[in-house]
Design a protein around this ligand. Structure first.
Ligand SMILES: C[S@@+](CC[C@H](N)C(=O)[O-])C[C@H]1O[C@@H](n2cnc3c(N)ncnc32)[C@H](O)[C@@H]1O
Length: 269
C-alpha cells in the first residue's frame, strides 16, 4: 500500500529501528524527516535501502564509538554552525558531498583541498565507517560526516548560500522506469542545491549510467540560478577540486563494464 506521507516506510521493509542498535550515529526511530516541498518541482522519493548492508568490524565499531560524536552528525533539524563544527572559518568554504559511499575519493581529495571543509553525507553506516576509519587513520582534519538523506540534510542543516560546492558522484541510477522518481537529480534537488550554494559555487555530478546521463541532460538548464558549464577542458577557472584522484568504488564497477563516465558542472549565478 502506498503511504504518500512516508514513501520510505512503504518501500522499506527493514525498519532501521528494528535492525540497528541504538547508539551514536544511529538513525532515529520512527518516521524519517521528509519535507513536503510543494513548490511544483520534482523531488526524489526516497527508495528502499537496506540498513543491514555491511557489518562493522570490531575495530570499526570502536573507531565509530570514539570519533562519531566529534566528527559525525545524524540528520536533524539543527542548522549547523559550520565554523564551530570545523573549528575554523575555512578560506575556501564548505563542500557537501551527497552519497559518499565508502568515501574513497572523499579521503583521497581531502588532503588536496585543506583550505576547504568537506561534509560527506551518506545513509549507509558501513560506508561512513570506512570513511571515518580513513579520516582517523590518515589524520584528515577537514572532513566531517552526516548520516541521512542528502536532500533533507541540505534542506534542514545548511543555511541558504552557505556552500561553495556540492558533489554527487555516481548516484544510484534507479534504472527501472517506475523507479526514476527516486533519482536524486531532479528539478527540485537542483533548485535546493542552487539555494544552498553561494554565488560562484559549483555543483559537480558524475555518472557512468547512460540512461541516467540522458535524464540529467534533460535537466541541465532547468534551474535558472545555475549556469550549466558542461565539462570544460580547461578547468583552471573552476574554484573547487574536480579531480577525484582515485577511481571511486562505483566508478570502478562502471569502468569494468566499459561504461562511459559523464561529468557535469554548474555554477551558481
Ligand atoms: C552508487 S553509490 C556511489 C557511492 C560513491 N559516490 C562512489 O562513487 O563509490 C550511491 C551512494 O549514495 C547513497 N545514497 C543514495 N541516496 C542517498 C540520499 N538520498 N542521501 C545520501 N546518500 C544517498 C547510497 O547509500 C550509496 O552509498
Amino acid at each position: 500500500m502506498t503511504n504518500p506521507d512516508n514513501p520510505q516506510k512503504e518501500n522499506n521493509p527493514t525498519n532501521p529501528a528494528a535492525t540497528e542498535a541504538d547508539g551514536v550515529g544511529a538513525l532515529p526511530h520512527g518516521r524519517p524527516l521528509q519535507t513536503d516541498f510543494n513548490d511544483g518541482r520534482d523531488y526524489p522519493r526516497l527508495g528502499s535501502f537496506s540498513f543491514r548492508r555491511g557489518k562493522l568490524t570490531d575495530n570499526q565499531e570502536a573507531v565509530w564509538e570514539k570519533n562519531w560524536p566529534q566528527l559525525g552528525k545524524v540528520l536533524s533539524a539543527e542548522l549547523i554552525d559550520i565554523d564551530e563544527w570545523f573549528g575554523r572559518s575555512a578560506p575556501n568554504g564548505t563542500i557537501v558531498e551527497i552519497g559518499s559511499g565508502t568515501g574513497t575519493s572523499t579521503a583521497a581529495m581531502a588532503p588536496l583541498e585543506q583550505d576547504t571543509n568537506v561534509v560527506a553525507v551518506e545513509l549507509y553506516k558501513a560506508g561512513h565507517a570506512k570513511l571515518l576509519g580513513s579520516v582517523v587513520r590518515e589524520g584528515i582534519s577537514n572532513v566531517r560526516l552526516i548520516r541521512g538523506d542528502g536532500v533533507e540534510v541540505l534542506q534542514r542543516m545548511f543555511a541558504p548560500q552557505s556552500l561553495t560546492g556540492v558533489r554527487i558522484y555516481f548516484p544510484d541510477p534507479w534504472p527501472k522506469a517506475r523507479h526514476h522518481k527516486r533519482r536524486i537529480i531532479q528539478s527540485g534537488t537542483l533548485h535546493l542545491i542552487a539555494e544552498r550554494l553561494m554565488p560562484g559555487g559549483i555543483l559537480h555530478v558524475a555518472t557512468d549510467h547512460a540512461d541516467y546521463a540522458e535524464w540529467i541532460d534533460e535537466l541541465v538548464e532547468v534551474e535558472p540560478q545555475l549556469e550549466y558549464l558542461g565539462w570544460p577542458e580547461d578547468q583552471s577557472e573552476i574554484p573547487v577540486l574536480t579531480d577525484r584522484q582515485i577511481i571511486t568504488k562505483f566508478e570502478g564497477k562502471g569502468l569494468d563494464k566499459n561504461h562511459v563516465i559523464k561529468e557535469y558542472l554548474w555554477r551558481k549565478k
